[in-house]
Design a protein around this ligand. Sequence first.
Ligand SMILES: [Fe+2]
Length: 309
Amino acid sequence: MDGGGRCVRDDACPAGRRVLRPPQVESLLWDDWHVVAEFEQLRRSGRFATALLDVPLTLELDPDSGTVLARAGDEPLASVRIKYGFVWVCLGEPSRDIVEFPECGDADRLLGTAGSVRVAVSGLRAVENFLDLSHLSFVHAGFLGEEPLTEVKPYSVESSPQGGVIATGCRVYQPKASPIAREGFDVDYTYAVLRPYIVVLYKANPVEQHRRDMIALFVQPVSAESCVAHLLTCYLEHGVEPAAVRRFQQFIFGQDRPILENQLPKRLPLTPAREIPVRADMASAAYRRWLTDAGIRYGAIPAAADPAA
Ligand SMILES: [Fe+2]
């Protein structure tokens, strides 16, 4: 946790090498930025071991310069940055920049990392679960939904011109939509899948219901069947305490984790008919279609390779 401060660290780190892309990882993933650690966790330990796209990584913080050295095996990596309280790396040649969230610069918002949770499932499954409106009243009953108000009302899904998927007009009754919500209300939701492993949710703020809080999920694909889910929250202030935000998000994600880990197969099937889409799953169906069109196979079971198709 970066203490919830509004300072966004965005440091370029010392130059190093790039790693040769293995054939099983698409360039769209290899040549992109991924979160690999919370900066605060690295600051506390000074050294941190993890993995990205099957590549073992070691992160080391230089206490004098505050920069991070990332190594893939013995090779120092060229592309390492600290942003939004997380350490980001690109294993290849960055083909685009780290995702931008203009609202993170708003003076009346509290920006904070809300935890990093290891999950034994494909990261694409974690993104899909984040998009799934129909599980809220069952899995997060009493917080993000409530029986018998389980119906998912119609909403719109479209492709984003920048790539990815946007779902708008989602409306869900939530008894406790955020750590500061005192009573339930119909919460407006917008989802945007920005990258194959990055999704962001904008939801109405309980105090200023015409403005939105933002929660981003950065999924680190450790392997094709395991991931670390990193959460970034950008709430309007209104008495929000960073520790309460973190507790709330970790509690909610703790409800998702066993469900995710019980999903079989562990990779996300992209075949449309395999897990029958209903209206509630429109965003998920659009996500799978977009992954197919983008040629993503890592963490997925493409239709052509699906024995059940
Ligand atoms: Fe959930």
